[in-house]
Design a protein around this ligand. Structure first.
Ligand SMILES: Nc1ncnc2c1ncn2[C@@H]1O[C@H](COP(=O)(O)OP(=O)(O)OP(=O)(O)O)[C@@H](O)[C@H]1O
Length: 253
């Protein structure tokens, strides 16, 4: 219980995010030159909790995340956050596939993120300590961030995204090249954030990870949403032939 209270103090969104759900993609078009990625993409992400986006390489998953975060704009159509017609960027934390860290210590990376998030100077060291503790990284506080192992770097990237107390956490294959232990550490933090009310959207190819984390799975293939199902249902009885082939390792784009 004590842990839950301290998690809440650290991870609960600075502003309630539920009022921005559902997120709706309506008639989204996106292309690069002659390469049409999305033609009339329609998608609703409404559930609280953790949404996984799955699908083969090149299906358009990362681009959906970029549209969600306002890093890309659709050529046509809209991405709405309930009644908001713009992306609430200040309430979104993004963890990219490859960690991008400052050439500074672990602690300084967090202090910098807290400063950008507008946390009062006097509060920053306490919050940085609490984040380090959440990530089990206190002993690495003074280490150069770019010298950390891949798993540690990814964990720090996640802590840095959480420093701003986002209402929506977007993760693009957060444990793609990590071993089971490093993956478990990341998943533990993501679950704790979710329990504190952070909406999580994660792209993953890892069926085990989808089973451990996700409440719902959105399956994307060739720029189209094929299925939206509860995670356990999707993993047992996927509702499209393509999703079934993907889960069986048979579907190539
Ligand atoms: N900046 C870009 N310029 C041109 N094409 C792009 C660009 N970004 C993405 N694409 C193309 O858009 C398609 C979808 O890319 P996206 O990165 O969303 O796939 P993905 O589903 O995330 O794949 P993966 O599982 O391999 O990460 C791919 O064919 C990719 O080559």
């Amino acid at each position: 219980m004590l842990k839950m209270n301290s998690d809440l103090a650290l991870l609960a969104p600075s502003k309630p995010f539920s009022e921005h759900l559902p997120i709706q993609f309506d008639g989204v078009h996106l292309s690069f030159g002659k390469h049409h990625i999305f033609s009339n993409l329609t998608l609703e992400i409404g559930a609280q909790g953790i949404t996984a986006i799955m699908g083969p390489n090149g299906a358009g998953k990362s681009l959906i995340l970029r549209l969600l975060a306002g890093l890309l704009m659709p050529e046509q159509g809209s991405v709405r956050f309930n009644t908001l017609s713009r992306v609430p960027r200040d309430q979104i934390g993004f963890v990219f596939q490859r960690p991008v860290l400052l050439r500074r210590s672990v602690q300084d990376n967090l202090l910098h993120a807290l400063a950008i998030a507008g946390v009062e100077r006097g509060q920053r060291p306490f919050r940085a300590d609490a984040l380090l503790e959440l990530g089990g990284m206190q002993h690495l506080a003074k280490s150069p961030a770019r010298k950390l192992s891949g798993g540690e770097q990814q964990r720090l990237t996640l802590l840095r995204a959480l420093a701003a107390e986002p209402g929506l956490l977007i993760l693009d294959e957060p444990s793609a090249s990590l071993d089971p232990q490093a993956t478990a550490l990341i998943e533990n933090i993501v679950l704790r954030a979710s329990q504190c009310g952070v909406k999580v959207i994660v792209v993953t190819h890892d069926q085990g990870q989808a089973a451990r984390l996700a409440d719902e799975v959105i399956f994307v293939h060739k720029g189209r949403v094929h299925t939206v199902q509860a995670a356990d249902e999707f993993l047992k009885t996927p509702a499209s032939r393509e999703a079934k082939a993907y889960l069986a390792g048979e579907l190539l784009i």
